[in-house]
Design a protein around this ligand. Structure first.
Ligand SMILES: *Cc1c(COP(=O)(O)O)cnc(C)c1O
Length: 391
């Protein structure tokens, strides 16, 4: 069966005598055993739960992995992968990382003397120089919020040559648009809070792999640290995943309309979206993914104008995160990526990130154009009214 079919066609409740058509929420901490000597099936929900097991089966299937592990958040998933690095080890990562991932690697892993080396993610030569002796390579593509594209096959070949496991954070794409394991990665990470859940009503994360040793190590962390996803959130995530394909189709079409309107607007200097033909990574992205996604960013040349645009929109909620059915808008430097200190970050201060939802595209375009018009009038007036700066 093809992926769109597999999103809804799977056994929702293996072994359940009532044969429900939706996966039940097995809201229980413990499972009774036949006797004291012969443990059978699940025993304790931290170690394994039927609702989570169905979810993990669906996630593994979508990423073409043999194993998937569901966690309480995307950060818990990244953290489980970071546990594979020994004390005193080294992580090489792309420098346009999710802010929370940077905080984990730079501030928490530093307690275990783990060294973090950041490289330009699109520069394979920089990876090649940094990989020898490393214990983990971690990358996002397209990166968020700057939408730079990384050659996953090229990077996987280099990682393999140096014996360094490659983890790809695939949250911005979802498994339907890009499958890093098929391109040579060892681990795929998701913040399922984003596209997989899709409704901004839960936080969840996942790690997928087809390497039995990595799977064993990840299960030790999931069971041993106890950050596995609970049964109710597993149910919500299973429910969200069923409409992933429909949501993505509409979201990507809407993003195309929004990107075109932004490109055409006088107040916009640059639009970053891999679906635009003049994006520097467009051709590479098209080779390794089947869609451009629905996260884009743009620059206006003026931080105050960008802040005013964010304030004026009505069809875009001012909120972090992305991938939900409702559109959102934010200033990454001040919001989603604020945990990265200024010296460590190369984010333009006028950068606006947009996550496009499933609304009517005409409403989205009208609202954004109107906000840009009003914000530019307001900033022009402000500039005229302000006293001229001293020479
Ligand atoms: C949001 C995000 C995370 C963290 O996920 P949470 O569910 O918020 O913990 C990790 N990586 C990327 C790329 C993200 O966008």
């Amino acid at each position: 069966m093809r992926p769109d079919t597999r999103l809804v066609r799977f056994d929702p409740a293996p072994g359940d005598p009532h044969r429900p058509t939706a996966t039940p929420i097995y809201q229980t901490a413990t499972f009774a055993q036949p006797d004291g000597l012969h443990p059978e099936g699940h025993d304790y929900s931290r170690s394994g739960n039927p609702t989570r097991a169905v979810l993990e089966g669906v996630l593994a299937d979508l990423e073409q992995a043999t194993h998937a592990f569901a966690f309480a958040s995307g950060m818990a998933a990244v953290s489980a992968v970071a546990r594979l690095v020994p004390a005193g080890g080294r992580v090489v990562a792309g420098d346009d990382l999710y802010g929370g991932t940077w905080r984990l690697l730079a501030r928490i892993l530093a307690r275990y003397q783990v060294q973090l080396v950041l490289v330009d993610p699109a520069d394979l030569g920089a990876w090649e120089a940094a990989l020898p002796g490393a214990h983990l390579a971690l990358v996002e593509t397209p990166t968020n919020p700057l939408l730079r594209v990384v050659d996953l096959e090229g990077l996987a070949t280099r990682c393999r040559a140096h014996g360094v496991p490659l983890a790809v954070d695939n949250s911005v794409m979802s498994p339907l648009l890009q499958q890093p394991l098929a391109l040579g990665a060892d681990l795929v990470i998701h913040s399922a809070t984003k596209f997989l859940g899709g409704h901004s009503d839960l936080t969840a994360g996942a790690v997928c792999t087809s390497d039995p040793d990595l799977a064993e190590a990840l299960y030790l962390v999931q069971n041993g640290e106890g950050a596995g996803l609970g049964p109710f959130d597993s149910f919500l995530l299973l429910r969200g995943i069923k409409t992933l394909s429909l949501r993505l189709e509409r979201q990507q079409a809407n993003t195309r309309a929004v990107a075109r309107a932004l490109v055409d607007h006088r107040a916009v200097r640059r639009v970053h979206w891999v679906g635009l033909p003049d994006h520097p990574g467009a051709a590479l992205h098209a080779r390794q993914a089947t869609g451009a996604g629905s996260v884009l960013s743009f620059e206006t040349g003026s931080p105050s104008l960008s802040a005013a645009v964010v304030d004026h929109t009505r069809c875009f909620t001012t909120a972090v995160s992305f991938g939900g059915v409702a559109s959102s808008i934010e200033l990454p430097g001040a919001m989603s990526h604020a945990s990265i200190p200024d010296g460590q970050r190369s984010l333009p201060r006028d950068l606006v990130r947009v996550s496009v939802g499933i609304e009517d595209p005409l409403d989205l375009v009208e609202d954004l154009v109107d906000s840009l018009d009003r914000a530019s009038r307001q900033t022009r007036r402000g500039a005229l009214a302000a006293p001229s700066p001293a020479p």
